[in-house]
Design a protein around this ligand. Structure first.
Ligand code: ATP
Length: 513
C-alpha cells in the first residue's frame, strides 16, 4: 500500500470514528457511493455552506440566492443538453469485470507521466540549487519536453475523439498506450460505450399517466429557468448573479473515492449574468475571486492549482478547474465555466418564452452571457477534512492526532470541562455551556482525565477547551487551551465569548479574501 492510500484510509476511518461521515444504510451493508453525514459532519457541512453563502451572496449586493426544487419539468433536460449529451464513456475489463471511465483511464495515464516530470524537476532543483530556473528547465530538458509532448498529444487526441463521438478511437488509444486495469493489470477491454448519468423517476399515480422525470444532475438549471423571475422581482441590473446550494444526483460509473464522487451530492453554484462580449474579463475575475475564497481558509496555497480545460463541454467557451491536493493527488474541486448564452437560448427555444434582458444603458435587449462557479460541497468537505487531519510528534516524543480544521468551520467551537466531577465544578462548567451556546456550538465533557479529554477534542477538531478548576471558585477565572499550539492561558470567565468569537468569526476569515 502506498503512503497516499494509507493516508486516505486514515481519513475515512477518522471520519467514521469521530461522527463525521457514515456509509449510508450501513446495517444493510451500505449503498455504494452514498454517504450520510453524522453529528459532527452535518455541522461541518453546514459551516462550509454558510461560509460560501456569506462570501458569495450576502457580501455581494448584486448576487442573490434561491432554493429551487430538485424535480424540474422534463423538457428542462432536453433543452440543457443533458438528455442527449450528459454521458460518460465507459469501458469494461473482460477479465476483472470492473467498469471504468475511459477518459479517466487516459487522464490517469497522463497524470503518471506528469508525476515523472515532477520527479525530474525535483532532482534538478536539488542539483542546481539556487540557480535553478524551473521554467527554463521545463522548456529545454529533452526528457521533460518529450514527456510533456506525450501528455499533450494524448489528451488532445482523446478530446477530439470524444468530440467526434469516435468511441472506437478512444478504445484504440487505450490499447496503443497499453493501459491496463489498475486493479488486475489485464488489458482485455470491451468496446467503449456512452452511458447517461441521469437518474430517472416517475411522477403521477397511474402507470399510463405517469410523467418521466429526472433527479437534477446539477443545480444550475434551476437558476436558468428562474432567471427572468428573479431579475424582475429583484430589479437587479446586469452584471448580477444568482446562487444556490442543493442536492444533485448522478449515476456515476466509477464511484470509489469516498465522498469525492458520490451518486447523491450537494453543489454550491452561482451563475453570473453579463453582457455578451464581457465574458473573458468576468471569467478571469471569478477564477481569481474563487481562488481567494479558498486561500482565505489558510489550507496552503501550494495545495491548489488551476487546470484549464482542453475538452470543453458543449456549452462552454472557456473552462477551468480549481484543483486541490487530495490524499490521492490533485483533483477537481471547483469548476469555473464561461457558458456563453447557451442555456438561456436553449430554454428560450424549448419554452417559447423570451429570456432576455433589457439594457437601459444602450436601449437594447439581449440574452445575457453567463459565467458559472460550481463547487461540490462534499468535495470541499473532503478537502478541508483530509487537509486538517495530522499526526504530530510532540516535544516529549509522544504523538497526537489533531484535526486542525479552520476554526471558522469547526463543528464544535469549544468543549467545557470541570477538572473533577465534584466540589461544584461541574455546575460552573454547565453554566459556561449555557452562556456560550447562544453564540457557538459547544459541548460539556467530564469523562476521563483532562489530558484524555484534550486529546479527544484535538482529534475532533475543537479549537478551544475550557477547564474549570478549584481556583475558579475563588477568582472566576478558567484555563483556555488552544488546539493547534496547545498553549494554555488563564482568563476571566466573562472574557470567553470574545476570545472565541475573535477566532471563529467569519468576518476575520473572509477579510483575508
Ligand atoms: P468530474 O470531472 O470530477 O466528474 P465534473 O466536471 O463532472 O466533475 P461539474 O459538472 O463541473 O463536475 O460539477 C461541478 C462540481 O460539482 C465539481 O467541481 C465537483 O466539486 C462537484 N461534483 C460533481 N460530480 C460530483 C460527484 N459525483 N460527487 C461529488 N461531487 C461532485
Amino acid at each position: 500500500m502506498t503512503n497516499q492510500d494509507d493516508q486516505f484510509k486514515k481519513v475515512i476511518s477518522h471520519a467514521k470514528e469521530y461522527g463525521y461521515v457514515f456509509q449510508s444504510s450501513e446495517i444493510y451493508d451500505g449503498l455504494s457511493a452514498v454517504y450520510d453525514y453524522a453529528q459532527n459532519g452535518a455541522e461541518l457541512k453546514k459551516n462550509i455552506r454558510e461560509y460560501w453563502w456569506k462570501a458569495m451572496v450576502q457580501m455581494n449586493e448584486n448576487i442573490v440566492g434561491i432554493d429551487a426544487a430538485i424535480f424540474m419539468h422534463p423538457t428542462t433536460w432536453k433543452a440543457s443538453g443533458h438528455v442527449d449529451a450528459f454521458n460518460d464513456p465507459l469501458i469494461d475489463n473482460k477479465d476483472s469485470k470492473k467498469r471504468y471511465r475511459a477518459d479517466v483511464l487516459i487522464e490517469d495515464y497522463c497524470a503518471k507521466i506528469e508525476a515523472k516530470i515532477d520527479k525530474e524537476v525535483e532532482k534538478a532543483a536539488k542539483r542546481f540549487g539556487d540557480s535553478f530556473d524551473k521554467a527554463q528547465f521545463l522548456a529545454t530538458n529533452t526528457r521533460v519536453v518529450e514527456y510533456q509532448e506525450k501528455i499533450n498529444t494524448t489528451l488532445s487526441r482523446m478530446a477530439k475523439s470524444l468530440e467526434r463521438e469516435d468511441l472506437a478511437d478512444v478504445k484504440a488509444l487505450i490499447e496503443e498506450l497499453e493501459i491496463a486495469d489498475p486493479l488486475t493489470g489485464s488489458r482485455n477491454w470491451t468496446d467503449v460505450k456512452q452511458f447517461n448519468l441521469m437518474f430517472g423517476t416517475k411522477l403521477g399515480a397511474s402507470a399510463e399517466n405517469a410523467m418521466d422525470l429526472y433527479l437534477r444532475p446539477e443545480t444550475a438549471q434551476g437558476i436558468f429557468v428562474n432567471f427572468l423571475n428573479v431579475q424582475k422581482t429583484s430589479r437587479l441590473k446586469i452584471p448580477f448573479g444568482i446562487a444556490q446550494t442543493g442536492k444533485a444526483f448522478r449515476n456515476e460509473i466509477v464511484a470509489r473515492q469516498f465522498i469525492f464522487r458520490m451518486r447523491e451530492f450537494e453543489q454550491m453554484e452561482m451563475q453570473f449574468f453579463i453582457k455578451p462580449g464581457t465574458q473573458k474579463e468576468w471569467y478571469e475575475q471569478w477564477k481569481e475571486t474563487r481562488l481567494k475564497w479558498h486561500l482565505s481558509l489558510g489550507m496552503g496555497a501550494e495545495n491548489y492549482r488551476f487546470h484549464d480545460h482542453e475538452k470543453l463541454a458543449h456549452y462552454a467557451d472557456a473552462a477551468a478547474d480549481i484543483e486541490f491536493k487530495f490524499p490521492f493527488g490533485f483533483k477537481e474541486l471547483e469548476g469555473i465555466h464561461s457558458r456563453t448564452d447557451f442555456d438561456l437560448s436553449q430554454h428560450e427555444k424549448f419554452s417559447g418564452k423570451k429570456l432576455q434582458y433589457f439594457d437601459h444603458e444602450d436601449n437594447s435587449s439581449y440574452v445575457p452571457y453567463v459565467v458559472e462557479t460550481s463547487i461540490g460541497l462534499d468535495r470541499m468537505f473532503l478537502a478541508v477534512f483530509s487537509n486538517s487531519l495530522k499526526e504530530e510528534t510532540l516535544e516529549d516524543g509522544s504523538t497526537r492526532t489533531v484535526l486542525a480544521l479552520p476554526s471558522v468551520l469547526a463543528p464544535v467551537k469549544a468543549a467545557v470541562f470541570p477538572l473533577v466531577k465534584k466540589d461544584g465544578l461541574p455546575e460552573i462548567a454547565q453554566q459556561i455551556v449555557e452562556e456560550l451556546k447562544w453564540d457557538f456550538n459547544v459541548v460539556y465533557d467530564e469523562k476521563d482525565a483532562v489530558g484524555r479529554r484534550y486529546r479527544r477534542q484535538d482529534a475532533n477538531g475543537t479549537p478551544f477547551c475550557i477547564t474549570v478548576d478549584h481556583d475558579t471558585l475563588e477568582d472566576n477565572m478558567v484555563t483556555i487551551r488552544h488546539r493547534d499550539s496547545m498553549q494554555q492561558e488563564r482568563v476571566k470567565m466573562d472574557a470567553l465569548r470574545d476570545i472565541i468569537k475573535q477566532d471563529v468569526d467569519m468576518r476575520s476569515w473572509l477579510m483575508k479574501m
